[in-house]
Design a protein. Sequence first.
Length: 156
Amino acid sequence: MMIAIAAMFGSYANATTGVSYTEHEFEQAVQLIKKYETLHSPCHWPLIGYGHMVQPGEHYKKGQKLTEKQADALLRKDLKKFADLYKSYGKDSLLLGVLAYNVGPGRVNRSSVVRLLKDGNRNIREAFESMCRYKGRVHKQIRARRIEEFKALFKH
Protein backbone atom coordinates (compact mmCIF):
# COMPACT_ATOMS: atom_id res chain seq x y z
CA MET A 1 0.00 0.00 0.00
CA MET A 2 2.79 2.47 0.94
CA ILE A 3 4.59 1.76 -2.33
CA ALA A 4 1.40 2.44 -4.28
CA ILE A 5 0.90 5.72 -2.42
CA ALA A 6 4.54 6.69 -2.96
CA ALA A 7 4.23 5.91 -6.66
CA MET A 8 1.10 8.06 -6.93
CA PHE A 9 2.68 11.08 -5.27
CA GLY A 10 6.25 10.68 -6.52
CA SER A 11 7.87 10.28 -3.12
CA TYR A 12 9.41 7.57 -1.02
CA ALA A 13 7.69 7.11 2.30
CA ASN A 14 7.82 4.97 5.38
CA ALA A 15 5.22 4.37 8.03
CA THR A 16 7.08 5.95 10.94
CA THR A 17 8.41 9.20 9.49
CA GLY A 18 6.16 9.93 6.50
CA VAL A 19 7.63 11.23 3.27
CA SER A 20 11.41 11.32 3.42
CA TYR A 21 12.32 12.44 -0.10
CA THR A 22 10.76 12.86 -3.50
CA GLU A 23 11.59 11.05 -6.72
CA HIS A 24 13.07 14.32 -7.97
CA GLU A 25 15.39 14.53 -4.94
CA PHE A 26 16.37 10.89 -5.37
CA GLU A 27 17.16 11.57 -9.04
CA GLN A 28 19.26 14.60 -8.04
CA ALA A 29 21.20 12.39 -5.65
CA VAL A 30 21.77 9.76 -8.35
CA GLN A 31 23.04 12.40 -10.80
CA LEU A 32 25.40 13.89 -8.19
CA ILE A 33 26.87 10.47 -7.43
CA LYS A 34 27.32 9.77 -11.14
CA LYS A 35 29.00 13.15 -11.64
CA TYR A 36 31.60 12.56 -8.95
CA GLU A 37 32.07 8.78 -9.14
CA THR A 38 32.00 8.32 -12.92
CA LEU A 39 31.73 4.84 -14.39
CA HIS A 40 34.57 2.73 -12.98
CA SER A 41 36.72 0.57 -15.22
CA PRO A 42 37.92 -2.96 -14.34
CA CYS A 43 41.22 -1.57 -13.01
CA HIS A 44 39.33 -0.02 -10.08
CA TRP A 45 38.37 -3.44 -8.65
CA PRO A 46 36.81 -4.01 -6.10
CA LEU A 47 34.87 -0.88 -7.11
CA ILE A 48 32.49 -1.40 -10.01
CA GLY A 49 29.80 0.68 -11.67
CA TYR A 50 29.49 4.08 -10.01
CA GLY A 51 31.56 3.22 -6.96
CA HIS A 52 29.83 0.08 -5.72
CA MET A 53 32.17 -1.87 -3.44
CA VAL A 54 31.88 -5.56 -4.29
CA GLN A 55 30.83 -7.47 -1.18
CA PRO A 56 31.59 -11.09 -0.27
CA GLY A 57 29.08 -13.40 -1.92
CA GLU A 58 28.20 -11.04 -4.78
CA HIS A 59 28.41 -12.56 -8.24
CA TYR A 60 30.73 -9.96 -9.82
CA LYS A 61 34.07 -11.13 -11.14
CA LYS A 62 37.38 -9.26 -11.09
CA GLY A 63 37.87 -7.48 -14.40
CA GLN A 64 34.13 -7.29 -15.10
CA LYS A 65 32.91 -3.99 -16.51
CA LEU A 66 29.28 -3.05 -16.06
CA THR A 67 27.25 -1.40 -18.77
CA GLU A 68 25.87 2.06 -17.96
CA LYS A 69 22.41 0.53 -17.52
CA GLN A 70 23.71 -2.12 -15.10
CA ALA A 71 25.75 0.46 -13.19
CA ASP A 72 22.77 2.82 -12.95
CA ALA A 73 20.52 0.06 -11.58
CA LEU A 74 23.15 -0.95 -9.02
CA LEU A 75 23.67 2.67 -7.94
CA ARG A 76 19.92 3.17 -7.41
CA LYS A 77 19.65 -0.08 -5.44
CA ASP A 78 22.61 0.87 -3.24
CA LEU A 79 21.43 4.44 -2.67
CA LYS A 80 17.94 3.27 -1.71
CA LYS A 81 19.50 0.77 0.72
CA PHE A 82 21.69 3.47 2.31
CA ALA A 83 18.85 6.00 2.54
CA ASP A 84 16.69 3.32 4.17
CA LEU A 85 19.40 2.81 6.83
CA TYR A 86 18.73 6.40 7.89
CA LYS A 87 14.93 6.48 7.55
CA SER A 88 14.61 7.34 11.23
CA TYR A 89 16.22 10.70 10.33
CA GLY A 90 13.21 11.56 8.16
CA LYS A 91 13.98 14.39 5.75
CA ASP A 92 17.74 13.85 6.24
CA SER A 93 17.67 10.17 5.22
CA LEU A 94 18.65 10.81 1.61
CA LEU A 95 21.45 13.23 2.54
CA LEU A 96 22.87 10.67 4.97
CA GLY A 97 22.38 7.91 2.40
CA VAL A 98 24.40 9.84 -0.19
CA LEU A 99 27.16 10.37 2.35
CA ALA A 100 27.13 6.67 3.28
CA TYR A 101 27.32 5.75 -0.40
CA ASN A 102 30.64 7.60 -0.57
CA VAL A 103 32.26 6.99 2.83
CA GLY A 104 30.36 3.98 4.18
CA PRO A 105 27.69 3.77 6.85
CA GLY A 106 30.18 3.02 9.62
CA ARG A 107 31.93 6.32 9.12
CA VAL A 108 28.61 8.16 8.83
CA ASN A 109 27.35 6.57 12.06
CA ARG A 110 30.47 7.78 13.91
CA SER A 111 30.35 11.26 12.37
CA SER A 112 29.57 14.56 14.02
CA VAL A 113 26.80 14.94 11.41
CA VAL A 114 24.85 12.08 12.97
CA ARG A 115 25.71 13.18 16.52
CA LEU A 116 24.34 16.66 15.81
CA LEU A 117 21.15 15.30 14.24
CA LYS A 118 20.62 12.88 17.15
CA ASP A 119 20.86 15.87 19.50
CA GLY A 120 18.22 17.69 17.46
CA ASN A 121 20.74 20.16 16.04
CA ARG A 122 20.11 20.78 12.33
CA ASN A 123 23.11 23.09 12.00
CA ILE A 124 25.11 20.37 10.24
CA ARG A 125 26.52 22.16 7.20
CA GLU A 126 30.06 22.55 8.53
CA ALA A 127 30.19 18.99 9.84
CA PHE A 128 28.81 17.58 6.58
CA GLU A 129 31.16 19.57 4.35
CA SER A 130 34.14 18.67 6.53
CA MET A 131 33.76 15.01 5.57
CA CYS A 132 36.05 15.55 2.61
CA ARG A 133 39.30 13.90 3.57
CA TYR A 134 41.20 11.33 1.58
CA LYS A 135 44.18 9.66 3.24
CA GLY A 136 43.94 12.20 6.06
CA ARG A 137 44.05 15.30 3.89
CA VAL A 138 41.31 17.62 2.68
CA HIS A 139 40.55 16.73 -0.93
CA LYS A 140 39.27 19.64 -3.03
CA GLN A 141 37.12 17.50 -5.30
CA ILE A 142 35.46 15.72 -2.39
CA ARG A 143 34.87 19.06 -0.66
CA ALA A 144 33.20 20.38 -3.84
CA ARG A 145 31.06 17.24 -3.86
CA ARG A 146 29.97 17.73 -0.23
CA ILE A 147 29.06 21.39 -0.89
CA GLU A 148 26.99 20.43 -3.92
CA GLU A 149 25.30 17.52 -2.13
CA PHE A 150 24.38 19.72 0.83
CA LYS A 151 22.97 22.50 -1.33
CA ALA A 152 20.90 20.05 -3.37
CA LEU A 153 19.66 17.69 -0.67
CA PHE A 154 19.53 19.42 2.73
CA LYS A 155 16.00 20.39 3.72
CA HIS A 156 15.60 23.18 6.24
